[in-house]
Design a protein around this ligand. Structure first.
Ligand code: BGC
Length: 726
């Protein structure tokens, strides 16, 4: 896995960025004084003007005080093209094509926080080039159900993995003078009924599963802004939820930045103002002055229902973010850059490191294209471009290389490439409704026959299947977890005539693979790969690079295996949903209930082999304030360079409350040449082994034994060690 030289500039400014990334939202005394003096000069009207949008993605400034207009932009994996000020149509600019990264699940599948940092830098540079001040990302909601339409944008079912990827993203983005907006605060784990559903969960599930990603994004990442979700949480809208917004966000996390609504997620003036909301975006009322945080807020202040002090706090939050991002009178602000070679390389490596080799019987992959005479390339996803889909995260990519294009350009000179579409996209996209996914299971025998013919006359067959953004999208959930468009039949028929068949899954959320795992030797999960998708996948298939991704979520055998569905609480009833599975989300459920999934969380193969050995700790008995120094060796025992993601899970076998069978507490992606070995050295805080104790209303590590479990997948633990906490 050799990185090309042209990545070095990106990486070197990355390291520089790490050193500078002290983005906690505290200002100097003189900056805070400046904020107070600006506030003193403002009329109530001017203050309120800073607290609601004046168009789809802009917020007014105050010219006479030198406060500029604020520019916001989607989205998590690229800077979205310019949208008209007063309607949702694109503005038709010619200079707003951007770098498109693989979306969130793919980022998490790389298990490489450096790539997340690199992405943050690129997004920051491109946002600044486009004169944007806030980028609406990262999107970090927990993947609770395989069906959530936005799973592809989110990262994982595991809060530790989410935090590990989110913090560097935010630090890097903000080092480029662009504010991050961590979204969607909180429990926006489904798209169906997202604007009406009321989510309940235990305090323990909140603390252990749903909050940690946000907490670390805010406290460690120093996120300047947070986006309140559409849904309700325990009876109150997230944008006016006293417990979430005042108690947790402001008091516990000490958040001093801007809490904004999701687009059209405001519901009140006084309640939201008092709960701590700062900025209203996207309200669906024609006149901007009619918005909750416009004239009604002025009236509420005049009537004494919202104290001026509360408005001033909001204005201070806004100004703080403006000063932090050097918006006000700062000539040193990042100028930005667009679509540089380094940006495109970052997108490429992000796609390469994301790909997960799920299965590779008899080492069918990699293909030696020098020895092949013909290759069948099959499937609608061999030619489909995906960057432009998914709704708010859609990107007008400068270019997008499809798998077929890449295979043709890399190998087409010497090999005959036999393309067949194989199956047709039978779905359609309709915002707000998954009806476009209905009746999309017909088998098109004509297309299958053509594909079989192509496969029969080729040395190997590669089927690019999976989903597209008619399924993986904001605004609706999927109806089922199956492979649509008759793909199972296609795969079965192709595999019958060509045993050297590889399936490449392009999708951003779990799919049932039981119908194909025994039919084909090799399955590669390549995600939506962004603008460099084709190049990345072709280089993995040919072995130019070695796959190193690991699943960021569990792939169940069937939907009914997964917790929310096993318990029948997705997407809820009568606009309410109770997360009865509690803390047993994802692998925590599968492992604790001893349910064997199709492919486990954290799993993924390589073209080389690794040996993990010599797990040891510095002590056997630890105090509650201690750190556990964990050391082990990892060796590349094969003949190719590659990277292994070593994962440390911990379990607490005897505890006064139920604990999951194991929980991820550390990981590292270790790059090794053939024969090379490395000693890895981690510090794990004993405090991080705690559970949230509802009785004590706090974190609790009970004295006793804990088992450290080290492996390269949640279902492949190779070393265990017992430690004792006293
Ligand atoms: C989405 C947000 C997005 C916003 C602006 C909303 O519908 O939920 O994630 O940032 O639109 O496009």
């Amino acid at each position: 896995m050799k990185k090309k030289n042209f990545l070095i500039p990106v990486l070197s400014f990355m390291l520089l960025g790490v050193a500078q990334a002290q983005n906690i939202l505290t200002l100097t005394n003189s900056q805070e004084q400046k904020i107070q003096s600006l506030i003193k000069k403002m009329t109530l009207q001017e203050k309120v003007g800073l607290l609601h949008a004046n168009s789809k993605f802009y917020v007014s400034g105050i010219k006479r005080l030198g406060i500029p207009e604020w520019a916001l932009s989607d989205g998590p994996h690229g800077v979205r093209a310019e949208i008209n000020r007063h309607n949702w149509a694109y503005a038709g600019w010619t200079n707003d094509s951007s770098t498109c990264f693989p979306p969130g699940t793919a980022l998490a599948a790389s298990w490489n926080p450096k790539l997340s940092y690199e992405r943050g830098l690129v997004l920051g540079e491109e946002a600044r080039y486009r004169k944007k001040d806030i980028l609406l990302g990262p999107a970090i909601n927990i993947i609770r159900s395989p069906l959530c339409g936005r799973n592809f944008e989110y990262m994982s079912e595991d809060p530790f993995l989410i935090s590990s990827m989110s913090v560097p993203y935010i630090q890097a983005l903000q080092s480029k003078d662009v504010a991050a907006s961590v979204k969607h605060w909180l429990a926006n784990n489904q798209e169906d009924h997202r604007t009406s559903v009321d989510v309940s969960m235990s305090e323990r599930a909140l603390r252990e599963i749903y909050l940690p990603g946000f907490k670390s994004s805010i406290v460690d990442g120093g996120a300047y802004t947070v986006m309140a979700a559409y849904n309700k949480f325990r009876g109150d809208w997230c944008s006016e939820n006293e417990y979430l917004d005042r108690e947790i966000l402001r008091k516990e996390f000490g958040f001093k930045g801007v809490l904004m609504t999701d687009w059209d997620a405001a519901h009140s003036t006084v309640k939201a103002a008092m709960a701590g909301l700062d900025l209203e975006m996207g309200t669906d009322k024609k006149g901007y002055n009619e918005w909750y945080f416009a004239n009604p807020l002025i009236k509420a202040v005049e009537a004494g229902m919202v104290p001026m002090k509360v408005v001033d706090e909001k204005v201070a939050n806004v100004l703080r973010v403006m000063l932090k991002t050097k918006m006000v009178e700062d000539k040193n602000r990042e100028k930005g850059a667009m679509n540089t070679l380094a940006h495109q390389q970052a997108a490429y490596y992000s796609a390469v490191e994301a790909a997960v080799l799920l299965q590779n019987k008899d080492n069918l992959l990699p293909f030696d294209f020098n020895k092949l005479k013909s290759v069948a390339v099959i499937g609608d996803n061999a030619t489909r471009k995906h960057c432009g889909g998914g709704l708010s995260s859609e990107i007008k990519a400068l270019y997008e290389i499809t798998p077929l294009e890449a295979i043709q350009s890399k190998f087409g000179k010497n090999i005959s490439i036999n393309f067949a579409q194989g199956y047709k996209k039978q779905s359609s996209f309709k915002e707000g409704s998954n009806i476009g996914q209905s009746n999309t299971d017909s088998v098109d025998w004509k297309l299958i026959d053509e594909a079989v013919e192509a496969a029969r006359k080729s040395d190997v067959a590669i089927i690019f299947g999976g989903l597209n953004h008619d399924f993986d999208s904001e605004s609706f959930d999927r109806q089922h977890m199956r492979l649509p468009y008759g793909q199972e039949t296609l795969i079965r028929e192709v595999a019958k005539v060509n045993p050297n068949t590889v399936v490449v899954i392009i999708a951003g959320s779990p799919l049932e693979l039981g119908g194909i795992v025994n039919r084909v030797p090799s399955i590669l999960w390549a995600w939506y790969g962004g603008m460099e998708a084709g190049n990345a996948v072709a280089d993995i298939l040919s072995g130019k690079t070695n796959p190193s991704g690991k699943m960021p979520f569990t792939l169940p055998v069937s939907l009914g295996q997964s917790p929310a569905h096993a318990l029948g609480n997705f997407p809820g009833r009568n606009q309410t949903v109770n997360y009865e599975e509690d803390i047993l989300v994802g692998y925590r459920w599968f492992d604790t209930k001893k349910i064997v999934p199709q492919f486990a969380f954290g799993s993924g193969l390589s073209y080389t082999a690794f040996e993990i050995s010599d797990l040891n700790t510095d002590k056997v008995v630890y105090g509650k304030e201690d750190q556990i120094r964990v050391k082990f060796n990892v060796k590349n025992t094969g003949v190719r360079s590659g990277a292994e993601v070593v994962q440390l899970y911990v379990s607490d076998p005897v505890c006064s409350v139920m604990r999951p069978a194991k929980e991820l507490k550390a990981f590292e992606k270790v790059f090794l040449q053939p024969g090379e070995s490395k000693t890895v050295d981690w510090n794990v805080k004993v405090a991080d082994l705690a559970f949230y104790d509802e009785a004590k209303k706090g974190w609790n590590v009970e004295a006793g034994d804990f088992i450290l479990q080290l492996g390269n997948a949640s279902d492949n633990i190779v070393q265990k060690l017992k430690i004792t906490v006293k």
